[in-house]
Design a protein around this ligand. Structure first.
Ligand SMILES: *Cc1c(COP(=O)(O)O)cnc(C)c1O
Length: 372
């Protein structure tokens, strides 16, 4: 930090109560940590094949069915390794032969790369658009469409819609699940990891699967394709139905995720959660619109994410703002490195208090005034 930066000490009255604004891992609610710690003696360090843990997996699976308002026949499947591992698993257990991918940022491009490298699959169709926008799927002769609900690297969110009645629709919802509404008739597999909107820890993947997705999993798992056991969605399905995972999961992650899901369901469900996130993100976008030195990166207001706000800066170094924030206990507002912009990226997930978002804007004003 430069000498000027070091001398900036934010007035206590301006500070948010909680300084975690990271886009993942993201703020974990103190209430959930407290609940985990009250239960820890009887829960942590106990067998994941016994009722104490299986009851939490069951609570999580039924909580997600309620949260997403899923019709009969949908199932929640889970396993270890987070979303990145789920991409590998999907390349074995969900894509039959050829898929179409929407590529509009770091995360959406990664699944496409997995499929391109898979020797048992055809070259995928990839539809790209500039960072800060999203493309639309095109009805085509593929067996799987791969969409992303919220591109965490750029702060773009998309409305999910099925391009045709043929083919499975797979949606990476890692930073959207629990924060943005979606219609289950448009999707077959809505998968995510819980360290973002669900305010838990990483290392787990979860997938809400339609009957058609379950059918595809069963078909490919029983066919003659070689599938490593740890990536076998058929094995994951069998275990999930027994409220367990194929190998040992993080018990804390499962518990914290179930706590967030219950908290959202009890507070008014996904509609409530999205409204809370939109209140927070509107605060940031409107704040940026009103400042000569800041503007939302995503031009089309309809594509602006309600949970990951990307704000471009002009005439002041965004990294310098982040450094001062960090030195004052406000964390993880840095932009996504590979995007290479003079930008802050601020998460407004359900766990983030809308009052804290207002406080953060006041802190940034204070820093910009001091630096310029
Ligand atoms: C964070 C993120 C991932 C990667 O999740 P991991 O659990 O770290 O593998 C994938 N997709 C999106 C949209 C993400 O935000």
């Amino acid at each position: 930090m430069t000498a000027t930066e070091t001398s900036i000490s934010l007035p206590t009255a301006l500070l948010p109560k909680d300084g975690r604004f990271g886009s993942g891992p993201s703020k974990v609610r103190p209430e959930a940590i407290h609940a985990l710690s009250s239960l820890a003696q009887d829960y942590l360090g106990t067998s994941h094949r016994r009722a104490t843990v299986k009851d939490q997996v069951s609570r999580l699976r039924s909580g997600l069915i309620n949260l997403f308002d899923l019709p009969d026949g949908w199932e929640i499947i889970l396993g270890n390794g987070g979303t990145t591992l789920f991409w590998d698993a999907a390349s074995f257990g969900l894509i039959e032969y050829v898929s179409q991918h929407l590529d509009f940022g770091e995360f959406s491009s990664k699944f496409a790369q997995v499929v391109q490298a898979a020797p048992h699959l055809a070259e995928p169709q990839i539809i790209s658009s500039e960072p800060g926008t999203h493309p639309l799927p095109i009805a085509s002769n593929v067996d799987t469409y791969a969409l992303t609900h919220n591109e965490t690297s750029t702060g773009v969110s998309a409305v999910l819609s099925r391009p045709t009645s043929e083919g499975l629709v797979l949606v990476d919802a890692t930073s959207a699940a629990g924060a943005i509404q979606w219609n289950s008739s448009e999707v077959d597999c809505y998968y995510f990891a819980p360290q973002k909107a669900l305010a838990s820890d990483g290392g787990l993947w979860l997938a809400a699967c339609s009957p058609r997705a379950v059918e595809r999993i069963e078909l490919l798992a029983s066919g003659d394709r070689w599938i490593p056991a740890g990536l076998d969605l058929g094995i994951a399905l069998t275990n999930s139905r027994q409220n367990q995972t194929y190998n040992t999961p993080s018990l804390a992650t499962i518990f914290l995720t179930a706590e967030t899901v219950d908290w959202i369901n009890e507070s008014g469900g996904l509609q409530w959660s999205e409204a809370r996130c939109r209140a927070s993100s509107d605060t940031i976008y409107q704040w940026a619109d009103a400042r000569p030195f800041a503007e939302p990166f995503v031009i089309d207001a309809g594509q602006r994410s309600p949970v990951v706000c990307t704000i471009d800066f002009d005439g002041v170094e965004a990294d310098a703002i982040s450094r001062v924030l960090r030195a004052n206990g406000i964390l993880d507002t840095e932009s996504y490195r590979k995007l290479g912009r003079n930008q802050l990226r601020i998460a407004t997930f359900p766990a983030v208090d809308p009052d804290d978002v207002r406080a953060l804007c006041a802190c940034i004003d204070y820093i910009v005034e001091s630096l310029t």
